[in-house]
Design a protein around this ligand. Structure first.
Ligand SMILES: [Zn+2]
Length: 279
């Protein structure tokens, strides 16, 4: 609570009569999804929300301010308080509290049998996997200004595997599915889910030809198993722009697009993001 005390002291504790509403787009979300917090009212010069041990910034948008809150897949069902400190452009401060209800969603389970070399990588492959993991972590740690607006699906095809699916490979429990798989024949165009900047283009052990787009404010999308990549690092992409073609490179058993979404360091369900902020 120390941060709150600090903000209260610095800004001056005040409960002014200025108008505005601090609300959640939906009071209840499932573990692994995204909560959307909005401030509608007086323009803000500063706004933060405390959620569990994280401090999340509110960013100005046409109606006031917005924050996307990642609710990690392993979050237990229950009520989580959200405390907001808001400062108007006139320097008035207010504190608001909301309750976020996290409900538990049971994810499907699947058993796969794969060639042993895919499930138990060699020492050489392990070294590569670790290097690539570090590179991805560094990439996802970047914080740039907001570029995202609304979101759209990356391919037209149906979903073939959902986020969070529990996977048993060759009899061993593995990490839950880190993204959403979309069915698509090889060569199908893959579109950026929103505006952003290409921050990584790489051929990786698990995800094959991979593109990562930074949408700003800690939101990233990763497109995996591409047969071709049509953008380079540093390229500014518009929502819907073609990044590459569907393929089956890396650890994949057939042509599909795997999309991972990272928000403030947490993997979240891409379909939840696409559903709440579509046009
Ligand atoms: Zn996948």
């Amino acid at each position: 609570m120390r941060l709150w005390l600090f903000i209260a002291v610095v800004m001056g504790w005040a409960w002014p009569a200025w108008s505005g509403e601090f609300s959640l787009a939906s009071p209840q979300v499932y573990n692994g999804e995204v909560a959307v917090l909005r401030w509608q009212g007086e323009p803000l010069s500063f706004g933060v929300v405390r959620y569990r041990d994280e401090v999340i910034y509110l960013y100005p948008d046409p109606t006031g301010a917005v924050a996307l809150l990642p609710v990690a897949l392993d979050t237990a069902a229950g009520d989580y308080p959200l405390l907001a400190a808001l400062v108007t452009s006139q320097g008035q401060t207010t504190f608001r509290e909301l309750m976020l209800q996290v409900a538990h969603k049971t994810r499907p389970e699947e058993s796969l049998t794969l060639p042993e070399r895919m499930v138990s990588p060699s020492a050489e492959d392990l070294a590569r996997i670790n290097r690539e993991g570090s590179l991805l972590n560094e990439t996802f740690a970047g914080r740039s200004p907001r570029l995202w607006t609304t979101f759209e699906r990356p391919v037209d095809g149906p979903v073939s595997s959902v986020f969070g699916k529990r996977r048993i490979m060759n009899g061993q429990a593995k990490a839950p599915h880190s993204g959403t798989d979309f069915r698509g024949s090889a060569g199908t165009p893959v579109h950026a889910i929103s505006h952003g900047r290409v921050v990584l283009v790489s051929d990786m052990f698990y995800t094959g030809n991979t593109v990562v787009v930074d949408h700003g404010e800690g939101l990233f999308s990763l497109y995996a198993h591409l047969s071709r990549v049509l953008v380079g690092k540093g390229h500014d992409v518009r929502k819907g722009e073609v990044l590459g073609k569907v393929g089956s490179t890396g650890r994949s058993t057939g042509a599909h697009l795997h999309l991972t979404v990272k928000l403030l360091g947490e993997r979240v369900d891409p379909l939840a993001l696409l559903a709440i902020l579509k046009e």
